[in-house]
Design a protein around this ligand. Structure first.
Ligand SMILES: Nc1ncnc2c1ncn2[C@@H]1O[C@H](COP(=O)(O)OP(=O)(O)OP(=O)(O)O)[C@@H](O)[C@H]1O
Length: 256
C-alpha cells in the first residue's frame, strides 16, 4: 500500500554502556516506514521505543547501522522530523498564538502569512477560540493540542510522537485519538507513534510493530486496518476483528 519509503533503518545496533553494565537495546534491527503511513511502536517499558524515536529524530547519534530518511543518512535533527512528547513544554509567557507562531517567526515569515497558518492549524485542532489564551488557562488536553498545532504549523514530513497522550485522562485521550485520525486525513503526514496502550495502537495505526522486552532483533508486525469506517471509535473497538487482534497482541506479549 505504501510504495514510497520515507524511512529505512538497516542493521541498527544500539548499546548503552555504563561502568557497571552493557545494555544492548537493539541488535541488528531493521525497519522500513512508508510515506503517509501511521506506524505504532508498541512494547513494554524499557524495550527501546523512546530510544528508537530519539535516533530517528537525530537527538541520539550514538549507534551503528544506517538510518536513512528520504534517501539520505540522518546526520542530526531536522524540522522535517518533528517530535511531540508526552508533556510538551509550551512557553508559559506566550499566548497560544505566539507559542504556535514561534518557529515561523524564527524563519522570518511575514506576519500576514504567519496569521493565516496559525489560524489554519488552530482551527484543525479545534482551538481557534483560545488564540489569545495563555498556557496556564488551558487544560492538559488543550495544551497537548497546542503542542501538536505548534509542530504541524512547521509542516514536517514525519511526526514522531512519544506517548503524546500518556498523561491525559481516558476521555481526553479518546478525543485526542479522534483528533489524530482527522489530522492524518487533513495533513497526509507520516506518523511514528510510541505507546504502551494496545487500544491506542489498534485505533490509530496502519501497522503496529510489537517490540520485545530485550534485544529487539526480531519483532512482530500487525496491520490492523478494518475495511469498514465506523461512526465512533467505541463502535470500531467492538468489531470482531478488532477484538481478535487485541487478543493476539495480549497473548503475544504474555507469552514473551
Ligand atoms: N541515557 C541512557 N543511559 C543508559 N541507559 C539508557 C538510557 N536511555 C535509555 N536507557 C536504557 O535503554 C533501554 C530502553 O529505554 P527506552 O526509554 O528507550 O525504553 P521505552 O521502551 O521507551 O520505555 P518506556 O515505555 O518506559 O518509556 C532501557 O533499558 C533503559 O534503561
Amino acid at each position: 500500500m505504501y510504495c514510497e519509503k520515507i524511512l529505512e533503518i538497516r542493521n541498527l545496533n544500539k548499546t548503552f554502556e555504563s561502568r557497571r553494565k552493557k545494555n544492548t537495546v537493539f541488535n541488528d534491527f531493521s525497519l522500513e516506514v512508508g510515506k503517509g503511513e501511521f506506524l505504532s511502536l508498541l512494547g513494554p517499558s524499557g524495550c527501546g521505543k523512546s530510544t528508537l524515536l530519539e535516533m530517528i529524530a537525530g537527538f541520539d547519534m550514538d549507534y551503528t547501522g544506517d538510518m536513512i530518511f528520504r534517501g539520505e543518512i540522518i546526520a542530526g535533527t531536522s524540522g522535517e522530523r518533528a517530535v511531540v512528547f508526552q508533556k510538551d513544554a509550551l512557553f508559559p509567557w506566550l499566548s497560544v498564538f505566539d507559542n504556535i507562531a514561534y518557529g515561523l517567526k524564527i524563519k522570518k515569515m511575514n506576519s500576514e502569512d504567519i496569521k493565516v497558518k496559525v489560524e489554519y492549524v488552530l482551527d484543525k485542532v479545534g482551538l481557534l477560540d483560545f488564540v489569545d489564551h495563555f498556557p496556564e488557562e488551558l487544560s492538559g488536553g488543550m495544551k497537548q493540542r497546542v503542542a501538536l498545532a505548534r509542530v504541524l504549523v512547521m509542516e514536517p514530513e514525519v511526526l514522531l510522537m512519544d506517548e503524546p497522550f500518556g498523561a491525559l485522562d481516558s476521555f481526553t485521550r479518546l478525543r485526542m485519538q479522534e483528533l489524530m485520525i482527522e489530522i492524518r486525513e487533513k495533513f497526509s503526514i507520516t506518523v511514528i507513534f510510541v505507546t504502551h496502550d494496545i487500544d491506542e495502537a489498534l485505533i490509530l495505526s496502519d501497522r503496529i510493530v510489537m517490540m520485545d522486552a530485550d534485544n529487539n532483533d526480531k519483532y512482530r508486525e500487525l496491520r490492523p486496518v478494518l475495511e469498514k469506517r465506523y461512526k465512533s471509535l467505541t463502535e470500531k473497538m467492538m468489531d470482531e476483528k478488532y477484538l481478535r487482534w487485541k487478543k493476539e497482541i495480549i497473548d503475544w506479549f504474555h507469552l514473551k
